[in-house]
Design a protein around this ligand. Structure first.
Ligand code: UGA
Length: 406
């Protein structure tokens, strides 16, 4: 098929790449000329494992442009533009603008909304553009987006038009994943309910982690492992730590709560998940404080990992960054290192892990990069493992979230 993909961020570029790999020809649009130039050269501006390889291997299937014009030659247009938070509500202007422009260039084109939008958005877009609108939310996670898009757990398609829904289902047939075809509102809500549920799961285990810290012998990673064997619970998203960050969970939970409250409904479970999450940095700060004898002032602290999780360079809503400013607020001298985020705005950012760790009294593991596991065996200060990736016995002095330490 000839597919237009609008918005070349994390979702759009990976969607375009995987659809090209499946044999489609892609007209990729973004308003940012730098992004488009870079993609033309097969180089994404973001770090996403496997993406560059697909772009290079399928070069002839792509046309990258800052103009909407080429949408005229496409059968379908997939919107992957952002829906940022604006005072707790989602900002729809990019979706509406892109939809209108696509409809003006090619009246009658089938519009697919992959951007995360609240229930009612597809029907609003349809009435404003007179286009057939299919909701097709994405469930890919950064750092694993290529694999998640090639092999999704499920494909969710929402539309009032069964022909258009089938066309989108056919597009993703190569994944051989289960397909749920429903109406737009259900598809839109599935996305928010899924992210909110996962966020809740994380906050749940983080509260259990708090409890474990008070129970002699308790360790949240063992508790989570035991819980995860139960198929009804499942082992994923039960990693206790610094809490969830990123461009999705914080924004989506907040948007869903706001949306519900507009309809006089209170989502108290999701609210609690947010409250627990916002206390995580303080919790880790307290661990650092107690490891340094109750005072952080002047403490030489090395924070490992800056992005909101490993395998991405995305700093949006990064818990690590908030932790750093809290530590600095208490007078600590903080240095930081990240395997892929370089030269960022952090004052004392180091180019190597060795440089960052040397001379520090305390190391905090703030992002779950597996390579941190092997690199700290020679460090003899205290390690605060805020992501529980180390074996406590592998280092000299260890403090971990969710681990009783007397
Ligand atoms: C999330 C969802 O996992 C995707 O399914 C969804 O498509 C995406 O949002 C989106 O809406 O676009 P993402 O935010 O990229 O993906 O990353 P996750 O792997 O979900 O991690 C989110 C945060 O939770 C990270 O800060 C991570 O460190 C934290 N986390 C995750 C935990 O603290 N514990 C866990 O057990 C899992």
């Amino acid at each position: 098929m000839k597919i237009a993909v609008v918005g070349m961020g994390y979702v759009g570029s990976v969607t375009a790449a995987v659809l090209a790999e499946a044999g489609n020809s892609i007209y990729a649009v973004d308003i940012d000329p730098m992004k488009i130039e870079s993609l033309k050269n097969g180089k994404p501006l973001i770090h996403e494992p496997g993406l560059e390889e697909i772009l290079q291997a399928n070069k002839e299937r792509f046309t990258f442009s800052t103009s909407y014009e080429g949408i005229r030659g496409c059968d379908i247009c997939i919107l992957c533009v952002p829906t940022p938070n604006s005072s707790g509500r989602i900002e729809l202007k990019y979706v509406l603008e892109a939809a209108k422009r696509a409809g003006e260039i090619k009246p009658g084109i089938t519009l697919v909304i992959k951007s995360t939008v609240l229930p009612g958005t597809a029907s609003r877009v349809a009435s404003e553009t007179k286009l057939t609108v299919v909701s097709n939310p994405e469930f890919t996670s950064e750092g694993r987006a290529v694999n998640d898009t090639r092999h999704p757990n499920r494909i969710v398609i929402g539309s009032g038009d069964s022909g258009a829904a089938q066309m989108v289902a056919d597009l993703w047939k190569f994944t051989a994943s289960p397909v749920l075809i429903t109406n737009n509102a259900n598809a839109e809500l599935i996305k928010y309910a899924s992210n909110s549920f996962l966020a809740t799961k994380i906050s749940f285990i983080n509260e259990i982690a708090n409890l474990c810290e008070k129970i002699p012998g308790a360790d949240v990673s063992v508790v989570a492992k035991g819980m995860g064997y139960d198929r009804r619970i499942g082992s994923e998203f039960l990693r206790a730590g610094l809490g969830y960050g990123g461009s999705c969970f914080p924004k989506d939970t907040q948007a869903l709560i706001g949306f519900a409250s507009d309809m006089n409904e209170r989502l108290s479970v999701v609210e609690a998940a947010m409250t627990v999450n916002s206390a995580r940095e303080q919790r880790v700060l307290d661990l650092c404080k107690s490891a340094l004898g109750g005072n952080l002032d002047g403490g030489k602290i090395c924070v490992l990992g800056l992005s909101f999780k490993n395998d991405t360079d995305d700093l949006r809503e990064s818990k690590s960054l908030t932790l750093i400013s809290k530590l600095e607020g208490e007078g600590a001298q903080v240095r930081s290192f990240d395997p892929i985020v370089k030269g960022n705005s952090q004052k004392n950012h180091c180019d190597t892990l060795k440089e960052c760790v040397s001379g520090s009294e305390l190391v905090v593991i703030a992002t779950e990069w597996p390579e941190f596991k092997e690199s700290l065996t020679d460090f003899h200060g205290t390690i605060v493992d805020a992501r529980r990736i180390l074996d406590p016995g592998s280092v000299t002095k260890y403090r971990g979230v969710g681990l009783y330490s007397g």
